[in-house]
Ligand binder design. Structure first.
Ligand SMILES: CSCCC(=O)C(=O)COP(=O)(O)O
Ligand SMILES: [Mg+2]
Length: 237
């Protein structure tokens, strides 16, 4: 067990999820395969719904931005070239999602669709999020010491709330003061941490960010945030 020393000026703990609060294996072996196995059926079932169409629009916009990338999979505009055929469009979206997931991309568009897909599985009780056993005790201690606890993950805010609300530790959502995702900026960009600080209403040096990814730690540090790089046992990955 490692004792984390928290600098005196820190009033906010900012937590990454995958590899920090939650085993990478849960994300890679349960959450992501669920999306790959169910994305086509999900699109077939929900295609006519506004939320699904919003997800498709965001994925299409992302696909346009990605068009210069090697192997990028386009999503045609909703008219012309046979694209009005839903089956043709659904296949393009499925192929795009598979391509993005093969690269473990953290785009807002992909994360939004994934979150919407996980919602049904969590709410039906088919999935429970795993948390490392030290997470809940540590969060409780920080809160008892008067600190605020926020989450910053590439997973959408909606998905984060699903994980904390449906976990092996029960519903632990009330332990979190707020959530940030890539809508505020990417985790490897230092401005994201400045924006988080101003959204919380504190200085960057009042925040301690815990993450397993050194590029994220460097970006946070560049913004003046305190960082702790979390190392989890390889078996819990
Ligand atoms: C609600 S987190 C689901 C996992 C996920 O989609 C992800 O990309 C994890 O990213 P993190 O920034 O938590 O490492
Ligand atoms: Mg992580």
């Amino acid at each position: 067990m490692v004792v984390l020393s928290v600098p005196a000026e820190v009033t906010v703990i900012l937590l990454d999820i995958e590899g920090t609060t939650t085993p990478i294996a849960f994300v890679k072996d349960i959450l992501f395969p669920y999306v790959k196995e169910n994305v086509e059926e999900y699109l077939q079932t929900h295609w006519e719904e506004e939320e699904c169409q919003q997800d498709v629009r965001l994925l299409r916009k992302q696909a346009e931005e990605d068009s210069h990338l090697d192997g990028a999979v386009p999503i045609p505009a909703a008219s012309g070239n046979g694209a009005d055929d839903p089956q043709w469009m659904i296949q393009a979206v499925v192929d795009n999602v598979y391509w993005q997931m093969s690269l473990d991309r953290k785009t807002t568009a992909l994360k939004q669709l994934q979150g919407h897909m996980w919602r049904a599985a969590f709410k039906a009780g088919h999935m429970k999020a795993e948390f490392f056993e030290d997470v809940v005790p540590a969060v409780r201690k920080w809160r008892e010491a008067g600190m605020k606890v926020y989450v910053y993950s590439s997973g959408s805010v909606e998905a984060q709330k699903l994980l904390f609300g449906h976990s092996t530790e029960g519903d632990i959502l009330e332990l979190v003061d707020g959530h940030f995702d890539t809508k505020i900026g990417h985790k490897v960009e230092s401005e994201s941490y400045q924006k988080i600080a101003s959204s919380i209403g504190c200085s960057t040096n009042n925040i301690l960010f815990l993450t397993d990814v050194s590029r994220e730690a460097s970006a946070a540090e560049e913004a003046g945030v305190h960082v702790a790089v979390v190392v989890r046992p390889a078996t819990q990955g």
